[in-house]
Design a protein around this ligand. Sequence first.
Ligand code: GDG
Length: 453
Amino acid sequence: MSRLVVVSNRVAPIQEGEATAGGLAAGVLDALKGHGGIWFGWSGNVTTESEPNPARQVGPITLFTIDLSRQDYDQFYRGFANGTLWPTLHYQIGLGTYDRAEFAGYKRVNELFARSVEKLIKPDDLIWAHDYHLLCFADSLRALGVKNRIGLFLHIPFPGPGVFMTIPCHAEVIRSMCQYDLLGFQTEQDQAAFLDYVIRHAGGTPLGDGAVSVFDRVVKTGVYPIGVHVEEVRAQAELAANRRVATRLRATLLDWLILSVDRLDYSKGLRQRFAAYERFLQDYPTWHNNVTFMQIAPPSRSDIETYQAIRRELEGEAGRINGRFAEVDWVPLRYLNKSFPRNVLMPLYAEAQACLVTPLRDGMNLVAKEYVAAQDPAEPGVLILSQFAGAANELQAALVVNPYDQEGLAAAMDQAFAMRLEERQERHAAMIKVMRENSLERWRDRFQADLLG
Ligand code: GDG
Protein backbone atom coordinates (compact mmCIF):
# COMPACT_ATOMS: atom_id res chain seq x y z
CA MET A 1 0.00 0.00 0.00
CA SER A 2 1.49 3.35 -1.05
CA ARG A 3 1.80 6.06 1.57
CA LEU A 4 -0.49 9.04 1.09
CA VAL A 5 0.91 12.57 0.97
CA VAL A 6 -1.79 15.25 1.04
CA VAL A 7 -0.92 18.79 -0.02
CA SER A 8 -3.33 21.69 0.41
CA ASN A 9 -3.02 25.42 0.86
CA ARG A 10 -3.84 25.19 4.56
CA VAL A 11 -3.47 22.28 6.94
CA ALA A 12 -6.60 22.03 9.09
CA PRO A 13 -5.95 22.76 12.78
CA ILE A 14 -6.59 19.25 14.12
CA GLN A 15 -6.13 17.80 17.57
CA GLU A 16 -6.35 14.13 18.30
CA GLY A 17 -9.87 13.01 19.18
CA GLU A 18 -11.44 16.33 18.21
CA ALA A 19 -14.39 16.64 15.83
CA THR A 20 -13.23 17.94 12.46
CA ALA A 21 -14.28 21.07 10.61
CA GLY A 22 -15.51 21.22 6.97
CA GLY A 23 -15.65 18.57 4.26
CA LEU A 24 -12.14 18.88 2.88
CA ALA A 25 -10.61 18.46 6.33
CA ALA A 26 -12.91 15.57 7.24
CA GLY A 27 -12.26 13.73 3.96
CA VAL A 28 -8.51 14.24 4.08
CA LEU A 29 -8.34 13.18 7.72
CA ASP A 30 -10.32 10.01 7.04
CA ALA A 31 -8.01 9.17 4.18
CA LEU A 32 -4.91 9.72 6.32
CA LYS A 33 -6.19 8.07 9.50
CA GLY A 34 -6.59 4.68 7.82
CA HIS A 35 -2.99 4.02 6.85
CA GLY A 36 -1.22 7.12 8.12
CA GLY A 37 0.63 9.60 5.97
CA ILE A 38 1.73 13.18 5.56
CA TRP A 39 -0.27 16.41 5.31
CA PHE A 40 1.66 19.41 4.02
CA GLY A 41 0.52 23.03 3.67
CA TRP A 42 0.88 26.66 4.65
CA SER A 43 0.72 27.34 8.40
CA GLY A 44 -1.46 30.44 7.95
CA ASN A 45 1.42 32.60 9.31
CA VAL A 46 3.09 35.40 7.39
CA THR A 47 6.69 35.78 8.59
CA THR A 48 10.18 36.73 7.50
CA GLU A 49 11.54 33.28 8.48
CA SER A 50 12.18 30.84 5.67
CA GLU A 51 12.72 27.84 7.99
CA PRO A 52 10.06 25.11 7.90
CA ASN A 53 8.09 24.68 11.14
CA PRO A 54 8.74 21.61 13.31
CA ALA A 55 6.70 18.56 12.21
CA ARG A 56 3.68 17.68 14.35
CA GLN A 57 2.44 14.14 14.89
CA VAL A 58 -1.30 13.59 15.37
CA GLY A 59 -1.93 9.84 15.62
CA PRO A 60 -0.62 8.26 12.41
CA ILE A 61 -0.57 11.64 10.57
CA THR A 62 2.52 13.82 10.31
CA LEU A 63 1.77 17.49 9.70
CA PHE A 64 4.36 19.68 7.99
CA THR A 65 3.82 23.40 7.52
CA ILE A 66 5.73 26.36 6.16
CA ASP A 67 5.15 30.09 6.63
CA LEU A 68 4.81 32.54 3.75
CA SER A 69 6.57 35.86 3.28
CA ARG A 70 4.47 39.01 2.99
CA GLN A 71 5.20 39.20 -0.74
CA ASP A 72 4.22 35.55 -1.29
CA TYR A 73 1.03 36.05 0.67
CA ASP A 74 0.11 39.16 -1.31
CA GLN A 75 0.93 37.79 -4.75
CA PHE A 76 0.02 34.12 -4.38
CA TYR A 77 -2.85 34.09 -1.88
CA ARG A 78 -4.55 37.49 -2.10
CA GLY A 79 -3.43 38.00 -5.68
CA PHE A 80 -3.59 35.25 -8.29
CA ALA A 81 -5.40 32.59 -6.18
CA ASN A 82 -8.16 34.74 -4.69
CA GLY A 83 -8.13 37.82 -6.95
CA THR A 84 -7.90 36.03 -10.32
CA LEU A 85 -8.71 32.31 -10.08
CA TRP A 86 -11.47 32.36 -7.44
CA PRO A 87 -13.76 34.90 -9.20
CA THR A 88 -13.08 33.62 -12.71
CA LEU A 89 -13.59 29.96 -11.89
CA HIS A 90 -16.88 31.03 -10.28
CA TYR A 91 -17.88 32.75 -13.57
CA GLN A 92 -17.55 36.24 -12.00
CA ILE A 93 -15.23 37.62 -14.66
CA GLY A 94 -16.17 41.21 -13.82
CA LEU A 95 -14.60 40.77 -10.38
CA GLY A 96 -11.38 39.14 -11.55
CA THR A 97 -8.14 41.12 -11.67
CA TYR A 98 -4.88 40.08 -13.32
CA ASP A 99 -1.32 41.08 -12.63
CA ARG A 100 1.73 39.33 -14.12
CA ALA A 101 3.76 39.77 -10.94
CA GLU A 102 0.99 38.01 -9.00
CA PHE A 103 1.02 35.06 -11.38
CA ALA A 104 4.82 34.91 -10.97
CA GLY A 105 4.27 34.89 -7.19
CA TYR A 106 1.71 32.08 -7.55
CA LYS A 107 4.18 29.95 -9.50
CA ARG A 108 6.91 30.82 -6.98
CA VAL A 109 4.82 29.53 -4.07
CA ASN A 110 3.84 26.39 -6.03
CA GLU A 111 7.61 25.83 -6.52
CA LEU A 112 8.24 26.45 -2.82
CA PHE A 113 5.61 23.83 -1.94
CA ALA A 114 7.17 21.41 -4.46
CA ARG A 115 10.71 21.86 -3.09
CA SER A 116 9.45 21.29 0.47
CA VAL A 117 7.36 18.23 -0.46
CA GLU A 118 10.14 16.71 -2.57
CA LYS A 119 12.27 16.46 0.58
CA LEU A 120 9.54 14.47 2.37
CA ILE A 121 8.49 11.88 -0.19
CA LYS A 122 9.52 8.34 -1.09
CA PRO A 123 9.37 6.98 -4.64
CA ASP A 124 6.07 5.08 -4.33
CA ASP A 125 4.15 7.71 -2.29
CA LEU A 126 0.82 8.82 -3.70
CA ILE A 127 0.61 12.62 -3.82
CA TRP A 128 -2.89 14.12 -3.55
CA ALA A 129 -3.07 17.92 -3.96
CA HIS A 130 -6.18 19.98 -3.32
CA ASP A 131 -7.78 22.94 -4.98
CA TYR A 132 -7.11 26.03 -7.03
CA HIS A 133 -4.09 27.21 -5.05
CA LEU A 134 -1.99 24.37 -6.50
CA LEU A 135 -2.73 24.24 -10.23
CA CYS A 136 1.01 24.53 -11.05
CA PHE A 137 2.29 22.30 -8.22
CA ALA A 138 2.68 19.04 -10.21
CA ASP A 139 4.57 20.94 -12.91
CA SER A 140 7.01 22.19 -10.27
CA LEU A 141 7.46 18.67 -8.86
CA ARG A 142 8.08 17.26 -12.36
CA ALA A 143 10.75 19.95 -12.89
CA LEU A 144 12.51 18.54 -9.82
CA GLY A 145 12.43 15.06 -11.39
CA VAL A 146 9.59 13.64 -9.27
CA LYS A 147 8.00 10.64 -11.02
CA ASN A 148 5.35 9.74 -8.41
CA ARG A 149 1.64 9.55 -9.20
CA ILE A 150 0.27 13.05 -8.52
CA GLY A 151 -3.44 13.94 -8.45
CA LEU A 152 -5.39 17.16 -7.96
CA PHE A 153 -8.95 17.47 -6.73
CA LEU A 154 -10.51 20.81 -7.67
CA HIS A 155 -13.08 21.76 -5.00
CA ILE A 156 -14.45 24.72 -6.97
CA PRO A 157 -16.02 24.86 -10.46
CA PHE A 158 -14.11 24.77 -13.72
CA PRO A 159 -15.74 27.15 -16.23
CA GLY A 160 -16.11 26.82 -19.98
CA PRO A 161 -13.13 27.88 -22.15
CA GLY A 162 -14.76 31.22 -23.03
CA VAL A 163 -14.65 32.19 -19.36
CA PHE A 164 -11.35 30.52 -18.46
CA MET A 165 -9.58 32.22 -21.38
CA THR A 166 -10.26 35.65 -19.85
CA ILE A 167 -7.30 34.81 -17.57
CA PRO A 168 -4.41 36.08 -19.70
CA CYS A 169 -2.05 33.22 -18.71
CA HIS A 170 -4.71 30.54 -19.30
CA ALA A 171 -2.59 28.46 -21.70
CA GLU A 172 0.28 28.22 -19.23
CA VAL A 173 -2.06 27.24 -16.39
CA ILE A 174 -3.62 24.46 -18.49
CA ARG A 175 -0.21 23.17 -19.56
CA SER A 176 0.81 23.01 -15.88
CA MET A 177 -2.43 21.28 -14.86
CA CYS A 178 -1.73 18.59 -17.45
CA GLN A 179 1.37 17.55 -15.47
CA TYR A 180 -0.96 15.88 -12.98
CA ASP A 181 -1.77 12.21 -13.59
CA LEU A 182 -5.35 12.62 -12.40
CA LEU A 183 -7.57 15.71 -12.27
CA GLY A 184 -10.72 15.27 -10.19
CA PHE A 185 -13.79 17.51 -10.54
CA GLN A 186 -17.00 17.86 -8.52
CA THR A 187 -19.39 17.50 -11.49
CA GLU A 188 -19.53 16.27 -15.06
CA GLN A 189 -20.04 19.85 -16.20
CA ASP A 190 -16.69 20.90 -14.71
CA GLN A 191 -14.93 17.90 -16.22
CA ALA A 192 -16.51 18.53 -19.64
CA ALA A 193 -15.46 22.21 -19.52
CA PHE A 194 -11.85 21.25 -18.81
CA LEU A 195 -11.78 18.59 -21.54
CA ASP A 196 -13.39 21.05 -23.96
CA TYR A 197 -10.50 23.45 -23.40
CA VAL A 198 -7.82 20.73 -23.68
CA ILE A 199 -9.27 19.14 -26.82
CA ARG A 200 -10.29 22.27 -28.73
CA HIS A 201 -7.60 24.71 -27.61
CA ALA A 202 -4.56 22.68 -26.52
CA GLY A 203 -4.47 19.96 -29.20
CA GLY A 204 -5.56 17.14 -26.88
CA THR A 205 -6.89 13.81 -28.18
CA PRO A 206 -9.64 12.12 -26.18
CA LEU A 207 -8.81 8.52 -25.21
CA GLY A 208 -12.20 7.67 -23.68
CA ASP A 209 -13.29 7.36 -20.06
CA GLY A 210 -12.16 10.92 -19.25
CA ALA A 211 -8.55 10.39 -20.31
CA VAL A 212 -6.83 12.66 -22.79
CA SER A 213 -3.49 12.59 -24.57
CA VAL A 214 -1.90 16.05 -24.52
CA PHE A 215 1.59 17.61 -24.26
CA ASP A 216 3.14 14.13 -24.86
CA ARG A 217 1.49 12.56 -21.84
CA VAL A 218 -1.77 10.99 -20.73
CA VAL A 219 -3.90 12.86 -18.21
CA LYS A 220 -6.87 11.16 -16.59
CA THR A 221 -9.89 13.14 -15.46
CA GLY A 222 -12.80 12.00 -13.31
CA VAL A 223 -15.88 13.17 -11.42
CA TYR A 224 -15.84 12.73 -7.63
CA PRO A 225 -18.69 14.58 -5.90
CA ILE A 226 -17.60 15.28 -2.32
CA GLY A 227 -19.99 14.13 0.41
CA VAL A 228 -20.57 14.38 4.14
CA HIS A 229 -20.71 11.85 6.99
CA VAL A 230 -24.52 11.57 7.06
CA GLU A 231 -24.83 9.66 10.35
CA GLU A 232 -22.23 11.79 12.13
CA VAL A 233 -24.00 15.05 11.20
CA ARG A 234 -27.37 13.76 12.46
CA ALA A 235 -25.81 12.47 15.68
CA GLN A 236 -24.19 15.88 16.31
CA ALA A 237 -27.49 17.63 15.59
CA GLU A 238 -29.37 15.49 18.09
CA LEU A 239 -26.88 15.38 20.95
CA ALA A 240 -28.42 17.13 23.97
CA ALA A 241 -25.06 18.61 25.03
CA ASN A 242 -24.80 20.36 21.63
CA ARG A 243 -28.32 21.75 21.65
CA ARG A 244 -28.09 24.59 24.19
CA VAL A 245 -27.71 27.39 21.61
CA ALA A 246 -30.41 25.85 19.36
CA THR A 247 -32.79 25.74 22.33
CA ARG A 248 -32.07 29.40 23.10
CA LEU A 249 -32.76 30.25 19.47
CA ARG A 250 -36.05 28.31 19.40
CA ALA A 251 -37.26 30.17 22.50
CA THR A 252 -36.98 33.48 20.62
CA LEU A 253 -38.72 32.35 17.42
CA LEU A 254 -42.35 32.94 16.58
CA ASP A 255 -42.82 30.02 14.22
CA TRP A 256 -40.90 29.42 11.02
CA LEU A 257 -37.12 29.60 10.67
CA ILE A 258 -35.28 29.86 7.35
CA LEU A 259 -31.54 29.37 7.77
CA SER A 260 -28.55 30.14 5.57
CA VAL A 261 -24.91 29.43 6.43
CA ASP A 262 -22.13 30.67 4.16
CA ARG A 263 -18.64 32.04 4.33
CA LEU A 264 -19.10 35.74 3.57
CA ASP A 265 -18.25 35.44 -0.13
CA TYR A 266 -19.74 37.07 -3.23
CA SER A 267 -19.97 33.65 -4.94
CA LYS A 268 -22.55 32.54 -2.37
CA GLY A 269 -25.27 34.87 -3.72
CA LEU A 270 -26.03 36.57 -0.40
CA ARG A 271 -26.96 39.91 -1.94
CA GLN A 272 -29.43 38.27 -4.33
CA ARG A 273 -30.79 36.15 -1.44
CA PHE A 274 -31.46 39.18 0.76
CA ALA A 275 -33.28 40.81 -2.16
CA ALA A 276 -35.34 37.64 -2.71
CA TYR A 277 -36.29 37.53 0.97
CA GLU A 278 -37.41 41.14 0.76
CA ARG A 279 -39.49 40.17 -2.26
CA PHE A 280 -40.96 37.26 -0.26
CA LEU A 281 -41.95 39.61 2.58
CA GLN A 282 -43.47 42.00 0.08
CA ASP A 283 -45.39 39.42 -2.01
CA TYR A 284 -46.48 36.98 0.73
CA PRO A 285 -47.63 39.12 3.69
CA THR A 286 -49.50 36.17 5.24
CA TRP A 287 -46.16 34.97 6.62
CA HIS A 288 -45.45 38.28 8.38
CA ASN A 289 -44.87 37.98 12.12
CA ASN A 290 -44.32 34.24 11.76
CA VAL A 291 -41.11 33.89 9.83
CA THR A 292 -37.47 34.60 10.68
CA PHE A 293 -34.63 34.39 8.20
CA MET A 294 -31.29 33.86 9.94
CA GLN A 295 -28.16 34.33 7.88
CA ILE A 296 -24.94 33.08 9.49
CA ALA A 297 -22.02 34.51 7.52
CA PRO A 298 -18.57 34.17 9.10
CA PRO A 299 -16.18 36.74 7.56
CA SER A 300 -13.61 35.32 5.18
CA ARG A 301 -10.65 36.77 3.23
CA SER A 302 -11.45 40.08 4.87
CA ASP A 303 -8.24 41.75 3.67
CA ILE A 304 -9.44 41.60 0.05
CA GLU A 305 -11.43 44.65 -1.17
CA THR A 306 -14.24 42.71 -2.94
CA TYR A 307 -14.92 40.90 0.35
CA GLN A 308 -15.00 44.18 2.32
CA ALA A 309 -17.44 45.58 -0.24
CA ILE A 310 -19.92 42.69 0.02
CA ARG A 311 -19.76 42.91 3.82
CA ARG A 312 -20.56 46.64 3.81
CA GLU A 313 -23.38 46.10 1.35
CA LEU A 314 -25.03 43.28 3.32
CA GLU A 315 -24.87 45.25 6.57
CA GLY A 316 -26.71 48.08 4.86
CA GLU A 317 -29.29 45.79 3.25
CA ALA A 318 -30.05 43.87 6.47
CA GLY A 319 -30.76 47.16 8.27
CA ARG A 320 -32.88 48.48 5.42
CA ILE A 321 -35.01 45.31 5.10
CA ASN A 322 -35.62 45.15 8.85
CA GLY A 323 -36.41 48.88 8.90
CA ARG A 324 -39.00 48.35 6.19
CA PHE A 325 -40.81 45.31 7.65
CA ALA A 326 -40.04 44.90 11.38
CA GLU A 327 -42.72 45.29 14.04
CA VAL A 328 -42.25 46.04 17.74
CA ASP A 329 -42.28 42.30 18.42
CA TRP A 330 -40.90 40.90 15.15
CA VAL A 331 -37.49 41.20 13.44
CA PRO A 332 -37.71 39.37 10.10
CA LEU A 333 -33.98 39.11 9.34
CA ARG A 334 -31.14 38.17 11.68
CA TYR A 335 -27.71 38.68 10.20
CA LEU A 336 -24.86 37.10 12.18
CA ASN A 337 -21.39 38.00 11.00
CA LYS A 338 -19.69 35.33 13.08
CA SER A 339 -18.88 31.64 13.14
CA PHE A 340 -20.08 28.91 15.47
CA PRO A 341 -18.36 25.70 16.58
CA ARG A 342 -19.42 22.84 14.34
CA ASN A 343 -21.20 20.96 17.13
CA VAL A 344 -23.35 24.05 17.77
CA LEU A 345 -24.04 24.60 14.06
CA MET A 346 -25.47 21.13 13.38
CA PRO A 347 -28.37 21.53 15.89
CA LEU A 348 -29.09 24.96 14.36
CA TYR A 349 -29.60 23.26 10.99
CA ALA A 350 -31.99 20.82 12.65
CA GLU A 351 -34.02 23.71 14.05
CA ALA A 352 -34.78 25.28 10.64
CA GLN A 353 -37.91 24.47 8.60
CA ALA A 354 -36.14 25.62 5.45
CA CYS A 355 -32.57 26.19 4.35
CA LEU A 356 -31.69 28.65 1.59
CA VAL A 357 -28.56 27.60 -0.28
CA THR A 358 -28.42 29.88 -3.30
CA PRO A 359 -24.84 30.37 -4.53
CA LEU A 360 -24.34 31.99 -7.92
CA ARG A 361 -21.83 29.16 -8.50
CA ASP A 362 -20.41 26.56 -6.16
CA GLY A 363 -18.18 23.55 -6.69
CA MET A 364 -20.41 21.40 -4.48
CA ASN A 365 -21.75 23.21 -1.37
CA LEU A 366 -21.55 21.10 1.75
CA VAL A 367 -23.98 23.25 3.72
CA ALA A 368 -26.79 21.88 1.52
CA LYS A 369 -25.77 18.31 2.32
CA GLU A 370 -25.22 18.98 6.03
CA TYR A 371 -28.66 20.59 6.32
CA VAL A 372 -30.36 17.54 4.81
CA ALA A 373 -28.29 15.16 6.96
CA ALA A 374 -29.14 17.10 10.15
CA GLN A 375 -32.93 16.88 9.65
CA ASP A 376 -35.25 14.63 11.63
CA PRO A 377 -36.51 12.17 8.95
CA ALA A 378 -39.96 12.11 10.62
CA GLU A 379 -40.35 15.92 10.43
CA PRO A 380 -37.84 17.16 7.85
CA GLY A 381 -37.38 20.72 6.64
CA VAL A 382 -37.12 21.83 3.01
CA LEU A 383 -33.91 22.55 1.13
CA ILE A 384 -34.09 25.42 -1.39
CA LEU A 385 -31.06 24.94 -3.61
CA SER A 386 -29.43 26.90 -6.43
CA GLN A 387 -29.24 25.10 -9.76
CA PHE A 388 -25.65 26.43 -9.96
CA ALA A 389 -24.39 24.55 -6.89
CA GLY A 390 -22.64 21.27 -7.74
CA ALA A 391 -24.90 19.67 -5.12
CA ALA A 392 -27.94 20.27 -7.38
CA ASN A 393 -26.79 17.39 -9.61
CA GLU A 394 -27.36 14.96 -6.76
CA LEU A 395 -30.03 16.70 -4.64
CA GLN A 396 -32.66 16.91 -7.35
CA ALA A 397 -35.39 16.37 -4.76
CA ALA A 398 -34.63 19.82 -3.30
CA LEU A 399 -36.63 22.84 -4.45
CA VAL A 400 -34.17 23.80 -7.17
CA VAL A 401 -34.12 27.53 -7.97
CA ASN A 402 -32.29 30.07 -10.11
CA PRO A 403 -30.57 32.45 -7.63
CA TYR A 404 -30.96 35.35 -10.07
CA ASP A 405 -34.78 34.93 -10.11
CA GLN A 406 -36.05 36.88 -7.09
CA GLU A 407 -39.72 36.07 -7.70
CA GLY A 408 -38.91 32.38 -8.18
CA LEU A 409 -36.99 32.30 -4.92
CA ALA A 410 -39.76 34.08 -3.05
CA ALA A 411 -42.29 31.58 -4.45
CA ALA A 412 -40.05 28.69 -3.36
CA MET A 413 -40.02 30.03 0.24
CA ASP A 414 -43.81 30.19 0.20
CA GLN A 415 -43.95 26.66 -1.26
CA ALA A 416 -41.56 25.33 1.39
CA PHE A 417 -43.67 26.60 4.30
CA ALA A 418 -46.89 25.31 2.75
CA MET A 419 -45.48 21.87 1.85
CA ARG A 420 -47.30 18.83 3.26
CA LEU A 421 -45.43 16.49 5.60
CA GLU A 422 -45.58 13.49 3.18
CA GLU A 423 -43.96 15.50 0.40
CA ARG A 424 -41.25 16.77 2.75
CA GLN A 425 -40.55 13.22 3.90
CA GLU A 426 -40.38 11.89 0.32
CA ARG A 427 -38.00 14.61 -0.81
CA HIS A 428 -35.83 14.16 2.27
CA ALA A 429 -35.64 10.36 1.87
CA ALA A 430 -34.65 10.72 -1.79
CA MET A 431 -31.83 13.14 -0.89
CA ILE A 432 -30.55 11.03 2.00
CA LYS A 433 -30.43 8.01 -0.31
CA VAL A 434 -28.19 9.80 -2.83
CA MET A 435 -26.02 11.22 -0.05
CA ARG A 436 -25.48 7.77 1.47
CA GLU A 437 -24.43 6.48 -1.97
CA ASN A 438 -22.07 9.40 -2.64
CA SER A 439 -20.53 9.38 0.81
CA LEU A 440 -17.31 11.05 1.83
CA GLU A 441 -15.69 7.59 2.02
CA ARG A 442 -16.65 6.88 -1.58
CA TRP A 443 -15.22 10.23 -2.72
CA ARG A 444 -11.91 9.46 -1.05
CA ASP A 445 -11.70 5.80 -2.10
CA ARG A 446 -12.61 6.37 -5.76
CA PHE A 447 -10.13 9.24 -6.14
CA GLN A 448 -7.30 7.28 -4.56
CA ALA A 449 -8.06 4.11 -6.54
CA ASP A 450 -8.09 6.06 -9.82
CA LEU A 451 -4.86 7.85 -8.90
CA LEU A 452 -3.16 4.54 -8.16
CA GLY A 453 -4.52 2.85 -11.29
C1 GDG B 1 -15.24 24.78 -1.00
C2 GDG B 1 -16.08 24.95 -2.28
C3 GDG B 1 -17.09 22.71 -1.83
C4 GDG B 1 -19.66 27.41 7.59
N1 GDG B 1 -19.88 28.31 8.59
C5 GDG B 1 -19.40 27.75 9.69
C6 GDG B 1 -18.87 26.50 9.37
N2 GDG B 1 -19.05 26.31 8.08
C7 GDG B 1 -18.69 25.08 7.37
C8 GDG B 1 -19.90 24.39 6.81
C9 GDG B 1 -19.29 23.56 5.68
C10 GDG B 1 -18.12 24.42 5.26
O1 GDG B 1 -17.86 25.35 6.28
C11 GDG B 1 -18.43 25.21 4.00
O2 GDG B 1 -18.37 24.36 2.93
P1 GDG B 1 -19.03 24.72 1.53
O3 GDG B 1 -18.96 23.50 0.70
O4 GDG B 1 -20.43 25.16 1.76
O5 GDG B 1 -18.23 25.96 0.93
P2 GDG B 1 -16.68 26.43 0.78
O6 GDG B 1 -16.10 26.81 2.08
O7 GDG B 1 -16.70 27.54 -0.23
O8 GDG B 1 -15.89 25.15 0.23
C12 GDG B 1 -17.39 24.18 -2.14
C13 GDG B 1 -16.13 22.58 -0.66
O9 GDG B 1 -14.95 23.35 -0.87
C14 GDG B 1 -15.71 21.12 -0.44
O10 GDG B 1 -15.24 20.53 -1.62
O11 GDG B 1 -18.32 22.07 -1.50
O12 GDG B 1 -18.14 24.28 -3.34
O13 GDG B 1 -16.35 26.34 -2.53
O14 GDG B 1 -18.83 22.32 6.16
O15 GDG B 1 -20.52 23.62 7.82
N3 GDG B 1 -18.32 25.66 10.27
C15 GDG B 1 -18.28 26.09 11.55
N4 GDG B 1 -18.76 27.32 11.93
C16 GDG B 1 -19.33 28.17 11.05
O16 GDG B 1 -19.80 29.25 11.43
N5 GDG B 1 -17.72 25.30 12.47
